[in-house]
Design a protein around this ligand. Structure first.
Ligand SMILES: Cc1cc2nc3c(=O)[nH]c(=O)nc-3n(C[C@H](O)[C@H](O)[C@H](O)COP(=O)(O)O)c2cc1C
Length: 154
């Protein structure tokens, strides 16, 4: 399959997991491309309206992974904007994962996954796997391994 991993990553955590996933998917025989969602203003604490500097086109891909950090217990504004503008996803398989600092999924991780899934479902996507990596957890590496294993089995 031709798979796009679409990543927003402010400080590199989410991107590093995406790179692990890319390797695993490539080893499984898929063609995989990481593409970055980038804001014009990269200050995540700014209250100014968000503008997209880079908004990857998902149309070439059979399957897409959406990857994002959790900001303020929620999907970052940049990803809300990107997913609201994304093209039709009918017929595409979509998985997602998020990274968050805190150790409990109810402190933003689960909500952020639901926000991604509902935005993609509204565009017609077939929702597949999801995962959460808790960056401050002692088991972080195990969580990354689990996300990579489950999401690479598209
Ligand atoms: C503005 C901002 C808000 C954040 N809010 C949360 C939060 O609500 N819950 C949480 O667990 N982590 C929160 N974090 C931490 C990030 O989700 C975490 O460090 C993530 O792994 C960063 O991913 P990145 O390096 O790909 O940007 C926040 C970080 C920033 C910059």
């Amino acid at each position: 399959m031709n798979i796009g991993i679409i990543v927003y990553s402010h400080s590199g955590n989410t991107l590093s997991v995406a790179q692990r996933l890319e390797k695993a998917m490539t080893a499984a025989g898929h063609t995989v491309t990481i593409e970055r969602v980038e804001p014009v203003n990269d200050d995540p604490n700014s209250n100014a309206p968000v503008q997209l500097k880079s908004a990857p086109d998902i149309r070439p891909y059979d399957a897409v992974v959406i990857a994002s950090p959790v900001h303020a217990f929620s999907l970052p504004r940049i990803m809300k904007l990107y997913l609201s503008q994304i093209s039709d996803m009918t017929g595409k398989k979509v998985s997602c994962f998020v990274t968050q600092h805190l150790k409990q999924s109810w402190l933003g991780g689960s909500r952020t996954v639901r926000q991604i899934q509902s935005a993609c479902r509204a565009k017609g996507a077939e929702i597949m796997s999801s995962g959460i990596v808790h960056w401050s957890a002692a088991t972080r590496q195990d969580q990354i391994d689990d996300v990579v294993r489950r999401l690479s089995a598209f």
